[in-house]
Design a protein around this ligand. Structure first.
Ligand code: PLP
Length: 340
């Protein structure tokens, strides 16, 4: 039994999901003739109270499309220093859109309206890049699964309106935030110009992301997706996995959150653990006391068939997910306590 807590992307489609995928009605989605893709797009647009959505092969492509939609080459976007769009998309912001990133020193990957207001370049001062976009992440990945207070989004939105900036949310793990904070996704649709969401993280689909916005913006996104090579044919089979995931795997995220919290509570008691970051959702970051090597811990757990990842000197990450079951959880809690 291998217990993989490296990421929530390691899940495999369940037999039920696979059966649902095989039964999908499909067509050529490049001609917009795949009924299952259209159904998924409408479903996700409706969840967020927005007009339209577009299916993407990856969250990276959805985010990169959003950046392209909202910027011109030479301009600048604002994001937290931990942002996925800056750190983990291969430099795509500069490659695809020719924009630079103004990185803010936020708290656990989250930025404030005050910070954003202070980072907007004066548009009259033509020596500096024109600020045109703010990107936030919810939950934060490198920030350890932290969730924004929704009021902060409203305040950042005000700064965006005052300064003529677009507002994008990287919602790869938005489902975790919605479940944890018990928020209404419709509220998000009122604040953001675009939202990207992933189906292949906590929801357990093998692939798939969507970008959500108004009709005119999604029409432009369709062209950008084509340019990026993201036009796909009979992908209703994959969209079906997303529909199945949304119908069956959202509410159960509370189990992932509980298990992450319980691991955190055990770790906090161990003599070799320095600090456990607050656990809000399914990502847990912790650090080791001086003299303890994170690579050695990774190795020792590997010998017990438990896989976790190092985040650099003294820091480690654990991510719970759909395929991490209660029996595995009990085994992990016991293994951690017995570890020497
Ligand atoms: C995983 C992730 C994405 C998208 O990643 P893909 O692997 O391209 O689907 C985007 N943002 C965040 C915060 C993520 O964790």
């Amino acid at each position: 039994m291998e217990i993989n807590l490296v990421s929530d992307t390691v899940t495999k489609p369940s037999p039920e999901m696979l059966r649902y995928m095989f039964q999908a009605q499909v067509g050529d989605d490049v001609y917009k003739q795949d009924p299952t893709v259209i159904a998924l797009e409408n479903m996700v647009a409706q969840i967020f109270g927005m007009e339209a959505a577009l299916f993407f092969p990856s969250g990276t492509m959805a985010n990169q499309t959003a950046i392209k939609l909202h910027t011109q080459p030479g301009e600048q976007l604002i994001a937290d220093k931990y942002a996925h769009v800056y750190n983990y998309e291969g430099g795509g912001a500069s490659f695809n859109s020719g924009v630079s990133c103004c990185l803010l020193d936020g708290h656990r990957g989250m930025i404030t309206a005050e910070q954003v207001a202070g980072a907007v370049n004066n548009p009259e001062f033509y020596h500096s890049p024109l600020t045109s976009l703010v990107c936030v992440e919810n939950t934060t990945n490198k920030g350890g699964g932290a969730c924004y207070d929704f009021e902060e989004f409203k305040r950042i939105k005000e700064v965006c309106v005052e300064n003529n900036l677009k507002f994008h949310m990287d919602g790869a793990r938005i489902w975790n935030a919605l479940v944890h904070k018990q928020e209404n996704p419709n509220e998000y649709g009122k604040v953001f110009d675009t939202i990207s969401v992933c189906l292949s993280k906590g929801l357990g689909a093998p692939i798939g992301s969507l970008l959500v916005s108004d009709k005119a913006t999604i029409k432009r996104a369709l062209r950008i997706r084509k340019i990026l090579g993201g036009g796909m044919r009979q992908v209703g089979y994959l969209a079906a996995a997303g529909i199945y995931a949304l119908q069956n795997n959202v509410n159960r995220l509370v189990d992932d959150h509980r298990r992450a919290r319980e691991i955190g509570a055990v770790l906090a008691q161990l003599p070799w653990v320095e600090k456990v970051e607050p656990v809000e959702t399914n990502i847990l970051i912790f650090s080791l006391k001086k003299g303890f090597d994170e690579n050695l811990l990774v190795e020792k757990l590997k010998q017990k068939n438990i896989f976790i990842s190092s985040l650099g000197p003294g820091k480690l990450r654990i991510v719970t997910h759909l395929d991490y079951k209660e029996v595995m959880h009990n085994y992990v809690l016991e293994a951690l306590q017995k570890l020497k």
